[in-house]
Design a protein around this ligand. Structure first.
Ligand code: IPE
Ligand code: IPE
Ligand code: MG
Length: 254
């Protein structure tokens, strides 16, 4: 049974970490480079952080790589990002597979090129049986899109008569969300200094601990991740309940 001493001394680790990898453009601009140079540097950080999470025994890592709204960026930036995804997959997937990582993509993949969709399918198939870190990459992803597509699927069940509208519960929606197969994120990290969610996992972040780092994503590293994990370990999560005082229960008091 957990005691107050256990709570104070053990570094409680999150099961699921979700990261908004922000700040690539500013990192490049600060060096007089094009924004796309920042995206290239960001890929190297992603590699290191994935590796670190695997080493630490974190079970699930979800990375926000490209949002529904990022489609509104200049065409050449979007083009470079899509090419980078294809290149990074080609380069990294074998290594991820060797490290027992199970890779999956979440988001509106119909909007991606045939070539990228094929690469995604191949990587998912290759790594599907792996039991190590579960890595989700959110590309063409939006929290509102996710809720909307889940609602559509539940609506289809109502339309075909297998579910009554009055019987719809949170669980029905949850079961159709992109991250239905894993526990909700415990720790949300956003780099780049902005304190917003920017349409990331709106449904699943309901009770995540929120951590914001001023570091730009290409400058984020293993010690910076460790700082975020220490922050998490120091949180008292209550989920709407009252704090656990470890004192005598009401029945013991009499
Ligand atoms: C995050 O970096 C990567 C993507 C959104 C694709 P940004 O490109 O948003 O970098 P900043 O925020 O402009 O510095
Ligand atoms: C969020 O960053 C999306 C990703 C990191 C993929 P943005 O740079 O798109 O977010 P805003 O525009 O600052 O809210
Ligand atoms: Mg940004």
């Amino acid at each position: 049974m957990a005691t107050a001493t256990d709570d104070a001394t053990s570094e409680v680790k999150p099961t699921h970490v979700a990261i908004v990898m922000d700040g690539n453009g500013r990192w490049a601009q600060a060096r007089g480079k094009r924004r796309t140079a920042g995206h290239r540097a960001g890929v190297a950080t992603t590699r290191k952080i994935v590796e670190r999470c695997g080493e630490l025994g974190i079970k699930v890592l979800t990375l926000f790589a490209f949002s529904s709204e990022n489609w509104n960026r200049p065409e050449d930036e979007v083009g470079v990002l899509m090419t980078l995804f294809i290149e990074a997959l080609g380069r990294e997937v074998k290594d991820l597979h060797r490290k027992n990582v199970c890779l999956e993509f979440i988001g509106e993949r119909e909007r991606l090129s045939e070539k990228l969709q094929r690469k995604i399918r191949e990587s998912e198939e290759l790594t599907a049986g792996n039991g190590g870190l579960k890595l989700y990459i959110a590309v063409s992803y939006g929290g509102r899109w996710d809720i909307c597509q889940a609602a559509r699927m539940v609506a289809e069940r109502v339309a075909d008569g297998s579910l009554a509208a009055a019987d719809i519960t949170e669980q029905h929606i949850h079961d159709h969300m992109a991250l239905a197969q894993v526990p909700d994120p415990d720790l949300f990290i956003r780099t780049g200094g902005e304190k917003r969610i920017s349409n990331f996992l709106l449904w699943n972040l309901a009770y995540a601990e929120l951590y914001f780092s001023d570091r730009l994503w290409p400058d984020f590293d293993a010690p910076a991740l460790d700082d975020a994990l220490s922050f998490y370990a120091s949180r008292k999560r209550r989920f709407g309940r009252v704090p656990d005082t470890h004192g005598p229960t009401r029945s013991e008091v009499g």
